[in-house]
Write a new protein. Sequence first.
Length: 116
Amino acid sequence: MLVHWIVNWLLSALALWLVAQFIPGMQIRNYGTALLATVVIALVDFIIGPILRFIAFPITFLTLGLFRLVIDAALLKLGSMFTPGFRIDGFLAALLGSLVLTIVRYVLQNLAWATL
C-alpha cells in the first residue's frame, strides 16, 4: 500500500516535470520542486477541489463534464501559487498543462503498474 502511494507520487512528479518542459508558460525549477508541487497540488485538490466541483456541478453537467478541465486548471494554477519554483503564466497554460498532465500521468502510471 505504501509502495503504491510512493510510486504514484514519484510518477505524478515526473509527469508534472515532463509537462512543464513542453508546455509554454509552465516553469518548474527541478524534480525536487516537482515533488513538492505534487504534494501542494494534491492538498489544494483535497481542500478546495470538492467545494469548486460542488459549486460548478450545474455547468459541469451542462457541458457533459468538460468544465471539469477548467476546474482542474484552476486548481493547478492555485497549486503553483503556493509552490516556490513552480510558475504558470496565464490560465491557458494552466488549462493546456492540466489536460496534458492528466494524459501523461495516466500513461506513466499504467506503464509502471503493467511492469510491476
